[in-house]
Design a protein around this ligand. Structure first.
Ligand SMILES: Cc1cc2nc3c(=O)[nH]c(=O)nc-3n(C[C@H](O)[C@H](O)[C@H](O)COP(=O)(O)O)c2cc1C
Length: 439
């Protein structure tokens, strides 16, 4: 296990919006979604960029330059900002009039989440440091309203919530195996913003175990071809004789979380089209190096804790103390405590299943009070989660506890590269106007 001390000092950041940027935000508001979708392209060459050889060899004539803080706040807001209350999961015939209790958070964010589990949080890095934006349990700043969103206060509240983890850009050697060879020329380049959501798959798996338990299913360990010991106690469940394979539940967990990570970053890429920034979404960075869980001192990354075990092909990152704590030791004393923490998040104060948590409905306390209660589920979920942890030495057993996949890189575009190396139309009018609008 390794936790870097540099991650313990956190400072908050406030946003100042100049008159010029107020106008730029207003102009951006006129950029159409269709233009963003049709105009989207991975534009990877920034000011300060360099390609030494080959048909696309080019040396930027301008120095690297960071994007503005307002652009950054907007991108971070679009990637993971809170936008209201989520509407929950509406109905299940198996236990109506109780409503499904799947959501992990009451809030809604810019991207959808499998059954509103919401297990991811955003990290980002640029020339000014490395940051955390923890939005998954934040209450919305405003109630439902027909009025257009107040973008300035939205992005300001996002910026108020940043936590600076370090004053350094994420240390990630620009060489293999720390990143794919095709990314070494540019990934995490000076001047760029690199932002990436990180998912807690221990929580996502527990949420899926709760989901299947609510629907009358237990799991079966198809990897070792044995039932979960003690599972007979739950034989009255509707689908007890049709258990769900453990490997399926874990693949489902990984795939669902990946869908969220990709949706969030692609929404960010759409924003870049309107802003007139270069950038793209990609996955070719070594995940353990990014998390700092590879054991290689050249890649301290985010300084996540991790475990190693002869049974596993790779180290397993488990979380970052005080910042991103998963449902497994050392962040809880036991997996049973981790499951309890999950139900507390869901049913405790501020959670989606707590009657006093505000929400979007005309009678929110009534809807929240009808959440399918945890009582009959928690014991089964605990038995299954404890079994997996014991049998595989980690939770989930067959996929990582912490999942990082998709990255958004945003940067000032070097139009000269595109003018020299591409035909007309390689960038948008928003890119042509960018420096004038956003300087
Ligand atoms: C899952 C995924 C992984 C990707 N990984 C990389 C990558 O490691 N490096 C890179 O430069 N682009 C990466 N990309 C971007 C693709 O190369 C790009 O989307 C593709 O070439 C099509 O171009 P377009 O985005 O301009 O339409 C990735 C895209 C996806 C969806």
């Amino acid at each position: 296990m390794a936790t870097l001390p540099r991650c313990r000092n956190v400072t908050h950041v406030s946003l100042e919006i100049s008159e010029q940027h107020r106008k730029a935000l207003a102009e951006l508001g006129q950029f159409s979604l269709l233009d963003a979708i049709v105009g989207r392209r991975s534009r990877r060459f920034p000011v300060g960029g360099s390609i030494p050889d080959g048909p696309l060899a080019y040396e930027s004539t301008e120095p690297s330059r960071s994007i503005t803080e307002v652009e950054r706040a907007l991108i971070i807001s679009v990637l993971a900002g809170v936008t209201g209350w989520n509407f929950g999961i509406t109905r299940h015939p198996g236990y109506a009039p109780n409503v499904p209790n799947y959501p992990g958070s009451a809030g809604g964010r810019t991207f959808p989440s499998a059954a509103a589990f919401h297990t991811s949080q955003l990290f980002f890095t640029d020339d000014s440091g490395t940051y955390f934006f923890g939005s998954r349990d934040a209450a919305p700043q405003r109630e439902l309203t027909a009025e257009p969103a107040d973008i300035e206060s939205w992005i300001s509240s996002t910026a108020d919530s940043y936590r600076q983890l370090s004053s350094d850009r994420l240390v990630l050697p620009r060489e293999e195996p720390y990143m794919e060879g095709h990314n070494t020329w540019i990934a995490n380049w000076p001047g760029s913003l690199l932002a990436f959501p990180v998912a807690d798959l221990s929580e996502h798996l527990v949420a899926n175990l709760n989901f299947f338990a609510a629907n009358g299913y237990v799991i079966y360990d198809d990897v070792h071809d044995n039932p979960v010991p003690g599972i007979e106690k739950f034989s009255s469940l509707t689908h007890f004789d049709d258990p769900v394979p453990l490997s399926f539940v874990e693949q489902y967990t990984l795939a669902e979380a990946s869908a969220e990570l990709a949706t969030a970053t692609n929404t960010g890429v759409l924003l870049l089209q309107g802003l007139g920034l270069g950038g793209w979404t990609f996955d070719g960075l070594d995940r353990l190096s990014v998390l700092g869980a590879s054991g290689d001192p050249k890649a301290p990354g985010l300084g996540f804790s991790y475990d190693t075990d002869d049974r596993w092909a790779f180290p397993n990152a488990t979380g970052l103390e005080g910042v991103f704590e998963t449902l497994v030791p050392p962040f809880v004393d036991s997996v049973a405590d981790g499951v309890q923490k999950y139900y507390q998040r869901k049913f405790g104060p501020g959670g989606p299943g707590h009657p006093d948590t505000p929400g979007p409905w005309s009678d929110t306390p009534k809807v929240r009070s009808e959440y399918l209660p945890a009582q009959n589920l928690q014991e089964l979920v605990t038995v299954q989660a404890e079994y997996i942890y014991k049998r595989f030495g980690k939770l989930p057993g067959t996929v990582p506890t912490v999942h990082v996949l998709m990255y958004l890189q945003a940067q000032n575009l070097d139009r000269g590269f595109y003018d020299h190396k591409f035909g007309p139309g390689a960038y948008l009018p928003s890119h042509t106007r960018h420096d004038e609008v956003w300087s």
